[in-house]
Design a protein around this ligand. Sequence first.
Ligand code: PRX
Length: 637
Amino acid sequence: MAYPYQVTTLDQYNTAYKKSVDDPEAFWGDIASNFLWRKRWDKVLDWNFTEPNIKWFLNGKLNITENCLDRHLGSLGNKPAIIWEPNDPEEHHRVLTYRELHNKVLQFGNVLKNNGVKKGDRVCIYMGMVPELAVAVLACARIGAIHSVVFGGFSAQSIADRLQDAQAEFVITCDGAYRGNKEIPLKGVIDDALIQCKFVKKVIVLTRTRTPVSMIKGRDVWWEDEIKKVETQGNPYCEAEEMDAEDPLFILYTSGSTGKPKGVVHSTAGYMVYTAYSFVNVFQYQPGDIHFCTADIGWITGHSYIVYGPLAAGATTMIYEGIPTFPDAGRFWSIVDKYKVNILYTAPTAIRSLMGFGLGPVQNHDLSSLKVLGTVGEPINEEAWHWYDEHIGKKKCPIVDTWWQTETGGVLISNLAGVTPSKPSFATLPLPGVQPILVDEKGQEVKGNGVSGNLCIKFPWPSILRTTYGDHERCRQNYFATYDSLYFTGDGCLRDENGNYRITGRVDDVLNVSGHRIGTAEVENAINMHAGVVESAIVGFPHEIKGQGIYAYVIYDGSHGDEELARKDIMQTVSRIIGPIAKPDKIQFVSGLPKTRSGKIMRRILRKIAEGEMDNLGDTSTLLDPGVVNEIKGGKI
Ligand code: PRX
């Protein structure tokens, strides 16, 4: 069998789950033995959730790229590792075999070294979805540098914040990126960000769009020129840096309930073992299958299920540069048809948006290669689930509804395709090694079935975050201090009569817009930067396609033109400060916000109004000025 750790029957799942709880160290030790170690670990696990201090595979030594690349060269050297589909279907696609990818990673590893990057240095990667993005990520891992990929839709200000937080002295970018009919001037955005980040020493720029760029002497170099230098040096072998199991592999920033994004830190061995394990089990990957995850590598889904999980398993993974609706709403289906994709993993928001185009774009594409469908990022509504099942999977493909987070590194709750039963809109059961528990407001465990509560995990799994970069206390506060000795997910959840889990959404001030996490405080801070804004409050509201939309209540002083102009200016401000993904869908101008006597905004009321539930506002007696509520209710947007 290709993967000794793949469970393929319900019985095997039950046995694996039981073992993982009864003897987690033996369970994960067995799985980890399937990987390539320079030195085996002394102890599988050491942990407490109070500090927190979590260590897996203690004193084990390895390099993740030897596991993702070198290890496969013998058997898979000529097999495709990456298939790249460009934005424009007329442009030629690219295939990189494991051997070619290995060569490119080693070459670029040398480029990084030539440019002064050393083990432990932070490298910010701001690129479009081209194969070189995966090469850059893996080259960092090769030489032990810590990558921090920033999604190509974030603004210069967001990049500057992340560069400063991580003290990243190196940036890898492209001249530009194609997304649908747009061209995004990535290098220009980096230049704007770097005005505030004088500590950045080198910027390596890949040519993609030939967008005009300005190259700063001594700081900016072309990817292609640097590769040529390595070639003239005779392509020296780029030895994989020996890493400790717990050495950080990457930082990925994500939004929380406070204003500043957190740099979630994942370490090497546990992340590798868990992403490979979950990839092979959730999707039931079989050697030779083509896996198409439509996420961007700028998000955790892309890190774990485009790059590391699939490559650690020797899979063929697709990188798609474009968007679902370009040049038309049949693009995903034409890609499935063209490459005979076997596993398709996407977000409910994409499914809902494509549903809106009817069945026309689905027809005339042969989807019979599909074996498994997956969703991630937000709750999937039943209508979208059934559409996906009927029209894409033709009722023959199990759908895995995978619940997880940037912080969890890999899927924690999901059915295993065709192995454990699915249930529309339920993530269903925990993976082996994952011990969920529901708690009430007071932190008491809610036992039994047919109950709901806040979702926590009571035991570590190998790819749990280790810290938030530069601020361990923040990590403790955010995830481990709400409930004693539990990891708190921030999600509400219900458990049905059969023990299946259904995630009901965030219980903190975090929104989930099109599967992207957006902190309300972050958006409020951005809006408040507009010169005419006195104060603002952000809440989510149900949105047909995005899942949640962003609703902004804004107190505007009238100093910057009429409301129509102010509305546009505020949108522009948010785009500038965070990025277009955080732009409010609706802005309502108000003269006051509902506050308690202690000055706290009562978001519960604003949420109800945004949802249109005007008659059901609950207790408003603790408000400083209850009159404000009537005004907001009667207001227009
Ligand atoms: O609220 C949950 C939701 O997305 C949040 C995590 O967002 P992020 O860190 O950006 O990672 C997204 C991709 C893993 C969770 O706290 N979420 C994620 N998957 C699901 C989900 N909600 C319901 N069902 C899911 N399958």
